[in-house]
Design a protein around this ligand. Structure first.
Ligand SMILES: [Fe+2]
Length: 346
């Protein structure tokens, strides 16, 4: 596996780049906006294609690189379903898996530092965001933080992982880079307690100043959705009413860009064709599934995904590739369901 731990010194943030092979797909965890150029350079150096960018939670101390990376690489943005960010491509919950090629991260819901904190686990390591730090734990005094939830996430989830599991946090202010679950259980001063109340007491009395960039970072990080100011996207976006009408008219083919687990979890629009976004380039090449459909069926393709971000990016890519008879469903399946649109099991 290719694994890089990258550091941003203003906010002492660690960002992680994962890939299974040179020339393959990559995933990035907790990218920082100011470092995006550096990540792009590294991806090029290692001949990697970024396919997913994940934030462990809504950060208060730095502006996320998720939006910029998506705009530059058309990667899928991923956060937990409890996140209040306006749009990400994919929202995950406990038990889901975030996959690229041969790498699969288990999603563990670990609220407490914020109410939208998640950890992501490989068999030998866990990316703990700010839930569990090296010899510390993430503060719980803003962004709906909750010391009891933090206790529960740490003691009942993270510390239940095997002792030798490597711990990679989102921050370190002392220069430590990695720890293990066993090492933290034995040495993390906040975890040497005999009751949840004792932990809550510690957390409620930290009296920390707010992060310097908080007033800028939080609002910025809540608005990272794809800006559909692009005229092509504006022109070819269907609102839900229009999408339902076109479906009744029968002159369209709905194409679902989501992954299998999302389809199994949330259902599909009946009779839609599955063309997962990660393989879009292959589908829109001459002879590919979508270019063939666009050319031969005489019907208009209507792309949809979970929230309308992947479908907007795919729409743009298809128009750029000279496949103009393509629309997308603004707001995706979430908006479709909200408006009473029918969804069936796969
Ligand atoms: Fe944080």
């Amino acid at each position: 596996m290719i694994f890089r731990q990258l550091f941003e010194s203003v906010s002492s943030t660690y960002t992680y780049l994962l890939a299974s092979r040179v020339g393959g797909e990559a995933l990035i965890i907790d990218p920082v906006f100011e470092k995006v150029e550096r990540y792009i350079q590294l991806l090029e150096d290692l001949d990697l294609k970024l396919v997913k960018a994940v934030d462990t939670h809504t950060h208060a101390d730095h502006v996320t690189g998720l939006g910029a990376l998506r705009d530059l690489t058309r990667c899928v943005t991923v956060m937990g379903e409890r996140s209040k960010v306006d749009v990400v491509s994919m929202r995950v919950r406990e038990g889901d898996k975030v996959k690229i090629e041969s790498i699969s991260l288990d999603v563990i819901e670990t609220p407490g530092h914020t109410d939208d904190s998640y950890s992501f686990r490989l068999p030998d390591r866990v990316f703990t965001g700010d839930t569990l730090l090296i010899r510390g734990t993430g503060r719980t005094d803003f962004q709906n933080g909750d010391p009891y939830a933090s206790y529960d996430s740490i003691f009942n989830k993270l510390l239940k992982l095997p002792e030798d599991t490597l711990v990679y946090p989102a921050h370190d202010y002392k220069g430590d880079t990695v720890s293990t679950i066993g090492e933290e259980r034995a040495n993390n001063p906040r975890l040497q307690i005999s009751s949840p109340e004792e932990y809550i007491d510690i957390m409620n009395n930290l009296n920390l100043p707010n992060p310097k960039q908080m007033d800028v970072a939080v609002p910025a990080n809540l608005k990272i959705g794809y800006k559909d100011a692009d005229p092509v996207i504006q022109e070819w976006t269907l609102n839900i009413d229009a999408a339902m009408n076109r479906r009744k008219q029968g002159d369209v083919i709905f194409v679902d860009l989501r992954e299998d687990y999302e389809r199994n979890r949330d259902g599909v629009i009946a009779d839609s064709v599955h063309a997962p976004y990660g393989r879009l380039a292959e589908f829109i090449k001459p002879g590919g599934l979508l270019s063939t459909m666009a050319g031969q069926t005489g019907k208009t393709i209507v792309l949809y995904c979970a929230f309308g971000e992947r479908s907007a990016l795919a729409l743009k890519a298809m128009h750029d590739a000279g496949l103009p008879a393509v629309l997308h469903v603004g707001g995706g399946l979430k908006a479709w369901r909200n408006e009473g649109g029918e969804v069936v099991s796969v």
